[in-house]
Design a protein around this ligand. Structure first.
Ligand SMILES: Cc1ncc(COP(=O)(O)O)c(C=O)c1O
Length: 486
């Protein structure tokens, strides 16, 4: 009979869990002892067992393995003698620290944003995470868990917890003018997952794989669509927003959806004009296609009454996507789609095969935060702070001699663009200078899909630093800009 020669052992009954790969076979006592020694040695060498990890007692390990206690004791003694383990009376056998690191710590993946924060952080797309309402979140989690039925800890509904969908329907209608009922809402792990699910669902139901996306836009989002099997067609953006008037022209004939940021275009910051809104809806109705509304920073409008969601004008043609990444924190991985009725089932199916459903505990906590209006209060207080930062940024940049920099896209959102003078240093050179000051900003150039030339500029995410770090961070930005005037 064929058997695997690896026996995974979980020490779940011994207070400490320990997994060892032990080859089956050696029957002689020495063979078994050597097998234990080798398995522990390998685990220590590969740093899978960290220094100071407490091992099960020799009696417990022997009982679990069905071996004589003496066999395990002998293995432990040998490993103590070799310096892999250390035995202290009273505290049992622990893994000893090896003199030199066995394996260098794996590098943090840097593909989608290194976890090391730059000293001065003005990267766009990030809220001030130092203002995350930790206490309120803890209270909401505690309340939500205290009231949750035990069934809430089982697998949940793919579309999301009913508590959260009901809270979102009320909030989105009230704060963003979205026409939403709980049965049209699907909770996701953020905007990015919503975009991927839609791409798959549209291709699956209509066969259309082409998606029109604003140019400039976030290259990462284009890649998300491509990874989900979609093809990206660039749709240019001007001062009135995306050129939705072009959707009726031949290159876009194959397109199943257009993705727009109507409230505050990313990255140029313009608002989609009423005319372009009407054109987009008319196109979707005429072709049975979809408009996807990314409302990522719709809550942060400073100068006028908030621009209502496009979805409200055509709920059967527009998919609305929102996220908690900007209002609370990206780490929560919570977003939501409000769907036309015919798209609920295909999107739920895509979600089911992606990850079954999003984390229930976070969903319940967010539902509590929204229904107690703590969410509203947090958003309002952040809006006020971000608005002050934006005002300061404009004042300081406008105060630079010569009026050579133009601040744009400032009516809303968490970032501004700073146009660079054509006869000054290039974007790349400005990024280099920023970096040499420990400052991280983004360049507009990285956001275009169509070949240039394009106007040069920086994207300044003024929401990223903590409240206390912001003034100094702004000073550093001004220093870098000033250097371009010399
Ligand atoms: C234009 C835009 N939309 C949406 C998001 C939010 O994405 P997610 O909810 O996946 O964090 C971002 C984040 O940077 C963004 O820049």
């Amino acid at each position: 009979m064929l058997r695997s020669n690896i026996v995974p052992v979980d020490w779940s009954t011994f207070g400490v869990d320990l997994h060892l790969d032990l080859p089956l076979g050696p029957d002689a006592v020495t063979g078994r002892r050597l097998a234990i020694e080798r398995a522990i040695r390998d685990a220590v060498r590969s740093a899978r067992l960290a220094p100071q990890t407490r091992l099960p007692s020799s009696r417990a390990l022997a009982a679990e393995l069905g071996l004589a206690r003496g066999t395990v004791s002998a293995a432990y003694e040998q490993l103590v003698a070799e310096g892999f383990l250390s035995a202290r009376t009273g505290s049992g056998t622990v893994v000893a620290g090896l003199p030199s690191p066995v394996r260098p710590a794996p590098a943090e993946p840097t593909v989608h944003g290194p976890s090391d924060r730059p000293r001065y952080d003005l990267r766009p797309g990030r809220p001030d995470v130092t203002s995350f309402p930790v206490d309120a979140w803890l209270r909401a989690t505690r309340r939500a868990l205290a009231h949750a039925p035990s069934a809430a800890f089982d697998y949940g509904p793919t579309a999301g917890r009913p508590e959260l969908r009901a809270a979102l329907a009320e909030y989105l209608g009230r704060a963003r003018g979205v026409l939403a009922t709980p049965d049209r809402i699907v909770v996701t792990t953020g905007y990015v997952q919503a975009l991927a699910l839609l791409t798959r669902a549209i291709a699956g139901r209509t066969g259309a794989t082409a998606v029109a996306m604003e140019d400039p836009g976030l290259a990462y989002h284009r890649d998300v669509v491509r990874h989900a099997g979609g093809e990206v067609l660039a749709i240019p953006v001007d001062h009135s927003g995306a050129r939705t008037d072009l959707l009726a022209t031949p290159p876009y004939g194959r397109v199943g959806a257009v993705v727009l940021t109507p409230a505050h275009q990313y990255p140029l910051g313009v608002t989609l004009s009423p005319e372009r809104r009407r054109t987009a809806i008319a196109w979707a109705r005429a072709h049975g296609t979809l408009v996807v509304e990314d409302d990522y920073d719709g809550e942060f409008r400073y100068d006028r009454h908030p621009v209502g969601a496009l979805q409200a004008t055509a709920p059967e043609d527009v998919v609305y996507i929102g996220t908690a990444a900007k209002t609370l924190a990206p780490a929560l991985r919570l977003g939501w789609l409000v769907l036309p009725e015919r798209w609920v089932e295909p999107v739920v199916e895509a979600k089911h095969y992606a990850d079954r459903h999003s984390d229930t505990v976070g969903q319940l906590a967010l539902a509590d935060l929204i229904t107690t209006h703590t969410y509203d209060r947090h958003v309002r207080s952040r809006r006020l702070r971000y608005r002050r930062r934006r005002d300061l940024l404009i004042e300081r940049v406008d105060g630079l001699p010569g009026g050579r920099f133009t601040v744009g896209g400032v009516a809303a959102g968490l970032h501004a663009t700073i146009g660079l003078p054509a006869d000054g240093p290039s974007e790349a050179e400005m990024l280099r200078r920023a970096e040499s000051h420990g400052l991280a900003v983004a360049d507009l150039g990285a956001h275009w899909q169509a070949p240039g030339p394009h106007p040069a500029g920086l994207i300044v995410g003024y929401s990223a630093p903590g409240d206390r770090a912001f003034p100094e961070t702004l000073d550093v930005l001004i220093r870098v800009l000033r250097s371009a005037l010399r």
